[in-house]
Design a protein around this ligand. Structure first.
Ligand code: S3P
Length: 366
């Protein structure tokens, strides 16, 4: 998951020879008003030799070392569009540099398109062989899994942004593009109560369809709606938490609810009705505060037993109202403690989780 960094990151264009990394990079840099740099050009001007000459005089390994060195030094600066050489993806160290300093975008091309663009070009040393088209195919088949590690970030300003992004995903499926996609949305001038709602529907709807590999939201000046009476929302905004942590928590929640990534405890609660003799929202919140770090544990909080067994059938633990100030605790479908006073019921639930070896002392979510 990505949370926007205040300093804009680098965008690394990756892809096979002839994919258009330099041409696209220049256009993108102009559009985004960013600095453009081309790794091969930097290498050539600093060595005073063409890439072809470096290959022929010193060999490929020497060129790859230079390439990694230049990538590292270029990546000390931020906010740039970087056109890389087609082989930059071959070394894991290069990925580490690119992932730390920015995002990677793969310009995909078919072998035929590549071939048409570069067949008369003698500046690519790797293709100066007897059967260059076969070589293109050979190199591409080895490299495609590497290029496909690139991130794709999709953002929209469309009022019906979710539908637009869904259409984009269909396009990817149609074209057989398997690159990981980060779904990005921006919520400015929106109180946090609404950010939660919009982000959950905008991102969640795509994630439940199986689209998207990461989520990214930008929120300017996080605020709550003064009129909000919702205690869960209030508890979300904790004085000691940074904006980034609050947004992280929201996004982990969305990933969890859509089953994209389980990172914390799962809660099931009934909607509460006249039979519920305790404040269900408050109690769930009290239980959540003490147990939310138990990744993968499922806890049901039920007002009474009427809906209980059905709704909490797959829960690991059940906290079920059984009378005025009385709670019955379940392990799975089995009653463990009947009619205990509600004042000690959360402690008793935690004891039960500890007895089962499912307790963890330290929160895992950062
Ligand atoms: C290479 C691609 C070239 C250049 C070198 C090696 C490769 O860059 O770095 O010839 O291994 O694919 P372009 O992708 O810009 O042609």
């Amino acid at each position: 998951m990505v949370i926007e960094n205040k300093i804009s990151k680098n965008i690394y264009l990756i892809g096979f020879m002839g994919a258009g990394k330099t041409s696209v990079g220049k256009i993108l840099a102009k559009k985004l008003r960013r600095k453009f740099c081309d790794l091969d050009e930097i290498i050539e001007s600093e060595c005073g030799k063409t890439v072809s000459r470096i290959f022929s005089e010193h060999g490929e390994d020497f060129f790859r070392d230079l390439e990694s060195m230049k990538l590292r030094s270029v990546s000390k600066n931020s906010g740039q569009i970087v056109a890389t050489g087609g082989g930059v993806v071959l070394r894991q160290v290069n990925w580490e540099v690119m992932e730390r300093a920015g995002i990677t975008v793969y310009l995909k091309t078919s072998p035929d398109v590549v071939w048409n663009r570069i067949k008369n070009d003698t500046s690519r040393p790797l293709l100066q062989v007897e059967k260059p088209f076969e070589k293109v195919n050979e190199l591409l088949s080895k490299r495609i899994p590497l290029y496909e590690k690139a991130d794709l970030i999709i953002e929209t300003e469309n009022q019906n942004g979710m539908a637009e992004q869904r259409r984009f995903f269909f396009g990817l499926v149609e074209h057989g593009i398997k690159a990981p996609v980060i779904i990005k949305r921006n919520y400015s001038d929106t109180p946090f109560d609404e950010v939660r709602l919009y982000a959950s529907t905008d991102l969640g709807a795509l994630l439940v369809d199986g689209f998207g590999d990461g989520v990214w939201i930008t929120v300017e000046d996080l605020k709550t709606n003064e009129s909000s009476k919702n205690i869960y929302i209030k508890s979300f905004i904790n004085q000691n938490e940074s904006e980034q942590k609050i947004i992280n928590r929201l996004l982990f929640g969305i990933l969890q609810a859509t089953r994209t990534r389980i990172s914390k405890t799962e809660y099931i609660a009934c909607p509460s009705c006249g039979r519920t003799l305790f404040d269900l929202q408050e109690t769930t919140e009290m239980i959540r505060k003490r147990t939310e770090h138990l990744k993968g544990v499922k806890i049901a909080v039920m007002g009474c037993i009427v809906n209980g067994p059905g709704e909490m059938a797959d829960a690991d633990y059940g906290y079920v109202g059984s009378g005025v100030d009385k709670i019955t605790l379940y392990r799975g479908k089995e009653i463990i403690k009947r009619n205990i006073p509600s004042s000690g019921a959360v402690d008793a639930l935690i004891e039960l989780i500890k007895e089962d070896g499912n307790w963890l002392n330290y929160p895992q979510i950062e």
